[in-house]
Design a binder for this molecule. Structure first.
Ligand code: SAM
Length: 245
């Protein structure tokens, strides 16, 4: 009879892994494969914010959002059309997902990605209530949105990017996931403006956004500067970047 022993160990990076040893197959795969890439607390001079926990999700539906963010105007700028594949990255419980779903129609799709399963469960309940059927929910990793290569026309990130503990890996994955003319629509609270009443590490300046995105192979496609509190910047792949490296 085959004996299987489960052994929990803590490796050097304090990641608990379970290894299954089996008498017939004593070889164990390299631990390196199981390790998470190391997360950052600062990136290019910016302090990275902690992800907003599920227990605070009511904040995402606060009525003041309409005045502070004008989400309808933001959505208009995305120019959504039937048949597009749109990723709502860091969807939370789907405040924007449910608005985008009807705009891409039954031939299009919204892929809602978040790292917190509870956020996605709340979104799934919302989708069932609203009978929206063109949305896939995807549980991402801190360093990987789990998107297929060249699969997405537009990636929307509203109040999300500044939380990425692995900005380099995430931007690299997005470069791969975008279709050739695909765009990122990046929405971040304006750090240049002291009247925007949001904690400092949850805001970004345009200069900082540009620094981080150009360092990772993106360039600005267009900008919209008329949202009440936020930058809306559209980024596209900078094809010359691979040659420059
Ligand atoms: C402030 S909430 C914004 C939610 C939503 N975009 C909205 O505007 O209502 C940020 C969300 O980003 C998610 N998040 C943080 N890091 C992430 C990552 N690496 N990949 C996917 N989601 C992430 C968090 O779990 C959280 O649900």
């Amino acid at each position: 009879m085959t004996t299987v022993i489960l052994l929990s160990i803590v490796d050097e990076s304090s990641v608990t892994v379970q290894l299954a040893f089996c008498q017939e197959q004593p070889k164990v795969n390299s631990l390196a494969k199981l390790e998470e890439p190391k997360g950052l607390t600062k990136y290019l001079g910016r302090r990275i914010a902690q992800p907003m926990g599920y227990s605070h999700r009511n904040w995402l539906s606060r009525p003041e959002r309409i005045q502070e963010e004008n989400p309808q105007e933001m959505l208009e700028q995305l120019n959504l059309k039937d048949g597009l594949v749109v990723c709502d990255l860091g969807s939370g419980d789907g405040y924007h997902t449910v608005q985008m779903s009807p705009r891409v129609g039954p031939t299009g799709k919204v892929v809602a990605v978040d790292i917190q399963p509870q956020m996605l469960q709340a979104l799934s309940r919302r989708l069932a209530e609203m009978k929206l059927e063109n949305v896939d929910t995807v549980l991402g990793e801190l360093w990987d949105p789990k998107l297929q290569e060249k699969s997405v026309d537009l990636v929307l990130m509203v109040d999300v990017y500044h939380e990425f503990s692995h900005p380099v890996q995430m931007l690299s994955a997005l470069r791969k996931a975008l279709k050739p003319n695909g765009l990122i629509a990046l929405v971040e609270f304006r750090a240049e403006d002291p009247t925007v009443l949001i904690r400092a590490e949850h805001k970004m300046t345009k200069a900082q956004i540009l620094k981080e995105y150009t360092a990772n192979g993106f360039k600005v496609a267009k900008e919209y500067d008329r949202l009440p509190w936020q930058h809306l910047m559209f980024m596209q792949r900078d094809e010359s970047w691979d040659d420059q490296k």
